[in-house]
Every structure is written in C-alpha cells, then in structure tokens.
Design a protein around this ligand. Structure first.
Ligand SMILES: [Zn+2]
Length: 233
C-alpha cells in the first residue's frame, strides 16, 4: 500500500468502528421498542382470547339449558300420552316429534359448542404463553440496554474524539477524494482483485494495476472513486 493511504486506512477503520457501534446501538434500541410493542400486542390478544372463552362458555350454557327444557317437554308429553291423559293424541304426538327434533338439533349444537369452547381454551393457553414470552423478551431487551448500551455509547464517544487527528493526517492529495466518498457514505478503500475494483467491478488499466501492486502511486477507482489497494493487503 502506498504510504499516503495508511492514514486513509486508519480513518476508514475509525469510520467503520463507529458505524458498527452505531448499528449496534440502533439495534439495541429497536429491539427494546419492538419487544415493548410485542408485549402490548400479546396483552391485547390475551384479552380477546379471554373474551372468546367467556362467549363460548355462555353459548354452551345456552344450548345446555335449551336441551334440558326440551328433554323435559319430551318426557312430559310422553307421560301424558302413556297415561292416556292427552286431550288430543295426534296433537300430542306432533308435539313430541317437534320436541324430539329440537332435542336432536340442540344436542348437535351443544357438541359443536363444546368443541368451540375447548378450542377457545387452547387458544387462551397459547395467548398466556405468548404473554410470558413477550414479557421475557422485553426483560432481556431492557437488560441488554442497561448493560451494553452505556459501553457502546462510551466507545462511540472515544472513537469520535480520536477522529480529528486522523482527518488531519490525510494527505492533501487524498482529501477531496476522501471528502467525496464520505459525503456519499462510501468506504474509502477498495481492494483491487484480479485487476477489478472489488466494490464496483470496474476494471483498472494495466499501469494502474501495476502501480497499486507496487504501492508506488495512489490511484482511485475510475467508477466509484474509492482508493485502490492491492489484493495482498
Ligand atoms: Zn470501484
């Protein structure tokens, strides 16, 4: 590597180190926010699941009561018919048929509602479990924020404080290039791999390849503007 590029490399290391820590800081804060949101969502889902169980329980009770009522009517009508006390036997028979039909339908309905209640109970258990998980996730996120975030922020501060001398060390000839690259948010260096810029794949002229390999002259990529360094470095 050309000597002029050593300060560029040091500055790049500083820039990347700050970026890595900023990303880590963002990730820590994002995870805390997402975890808190997940807790809210889980609590809402739990409330809905509880309501669903309550509804299913009421529905089932309603079916059971209807079943009881009609079973009693069937029994009463039968007794009346068996004892010969029915005023109108045919009418009583029709009534009995009607009641038996309702009993049949209501039995089916009650079974379905029992299944629905079981399903609602299982969903409730899942919602409870999800709530516990969400709480744990938030706890972990907060613990991570408490322990790791101050360290990361301290490291960012230290790295930023170390940056001005690194910027001052950049050779005059490289300053415009460095400024442009930083304004574009690009890395400052690119490895010349098999004669091409490893970032943008632009092919370098043979003379450039040779001089970059020797470290005899500073070259920037014609396409992306990054300073070129040899594959071996
Ligand atoms: Zn390039």
């Amino acid at each position: 590597m050309h000597d002029d590029l050593l300060p560029v490399q040091r500055l790049q290391e500083n820039l990347q180190a700050v970026e890595r820590r900023q990303n880590e800081r963002d990730a820590i804060l994002a995870e805390e926010a997402n975890a808190a949101e997940a807790v809210t969502r889980a609590a809402q889902a739990l409330a809905s699941a509880r309501e669903a169980v309550e509804r299913a329980t009421q529905d089932l009770r309603q079916s059971e009561r209807r079943l009881e009522t009609y079973q009693k009517r069937v029994a009463d009508t039968r007794r009346l018919m068996d004892s010969g006390k029915a005023d109108d036997y045919l009418l009583a028979h029709q009534q009995l048929e009607g009641c038996l039909e309702v009993v049949d339908q209501t039995e089916t309905e009650a079974l379905e509602r029992m299944e629905a209640k079981d399903a609602a109970r299982i969903a409730l258990e899942r919602a409870e479990h999800a709530c516990v998980e969400a709480d744990r996730r938030l706890e972990r996120a907060r613990a991570q924020k408490d322990t790791r975030l101050p360290i990361v922020e301290q490291e960012i501060e230290t790295l930023l404080a170390a940056r001005p001398p690194l910027e001052k060390d950049i050779p005059t000839d490289c300053r415009d290039g460095v400024r442009r690259l930083r304004a574009q948010g690009r890395s400052l260096l690119s490895v010349l791999k098999d004669g091409s810029c490893s970032h943008c794949a632009m092919r370098a002229a043979p003379q450039v390849i040779l001089e970059v390999a020797r470290g005899s002259r500073v070259h920037a990529c014609r396409s992306c503007g990054r300073f070129l360094v040899d594959d071996s470095e």
